[in-house]
Design a protein around this ligand. Structure first.
Ligand SMILES: [Zn+2]
Length: 188
């Protein structure tokens, strides 16, 4: 990422919206935005293979594994405004499992890009499927979108829910119901 170029573009943008890029409060804003964008889009540059390789363990578990309430922050690709919420992941392993903290890292790798919530949900479930070939995987994201809350339809309370079900989570109604019951159970 060319930070100097982004800083120049932000300076132009500030002038274009009617601001004075030279006034005190804005003088370092282009640098701050460049640094923030570097972080918020770091998923494009993440070493996904290395993340997966260090995170997979052999284990003869065959019960459903659930990681609930993983915090999620992303940017919508239509407005480059944040959407944020929670991600729930469940899978039925077939000999290989993920380290729990790595599931959260995997969510971040895909969230730190310009995204659609639907695609983000798909990418997470597909990445888990490709990495450990579980019997099935389910991913659900509940998120609020600032582009809906601050502008446009101004629906401040709307929560958008998306899910992606693969393998037995898609094909087996009992498995799917178990997953939904586990992620909807009140927190202990
Ligand atoms: Zn949007």
């Amino acid at each position: 990422m060319d930070s100097a170029k982004i800083e120049r573009l932000v300076t132009e943008l500030l002038a274009e919206i009617g601001e004075d890029p030279e006034r005190e409060g804005l003088r370092r804003t282009p640098q701050r935005i460049a640094a923030a964008l570097e972080f918020l889009t770091s998923g494009y540059r993440a070493d996904f293979k290395a993340l997966i390789n260090g995170a997979v363990f052999t284990q003869e578990a065959n019960n459903m594994i659930i990681a609930r309430d993983i915090e999620l922050y992303s940017l919508c690709e239509h407005h480059m405004l944040p959407f944020f919420g929670r991600c729930h992941i469940g899978y039925l392993p077939s000999g290989r499992v993920f380290g729990v903290s790595k599931l959260a890292r995997l969510v971040d790798v895909f969230a730190r890009r310009l995204q659609l919530q639907e695609r983000l949900t798909e990418q997470i479930s597909q990445a888990i499927m490709d990495a450990i070939h579980p019997v099935g995987v389910g991913v659900t994201i509940e998120a609020r979108h600032l582009c809906m809350m601050m502008r446009g339809v101004e629906k401040q309370r709307a929560v958008m829910t998306t899910s992606s079900l693969l393998g037995s989570f898609r094909d087996n109604a009992t498995t799917r119901e178990e997953f939904l019951a586990l992620i909807n159970r009140p927190c202990p």
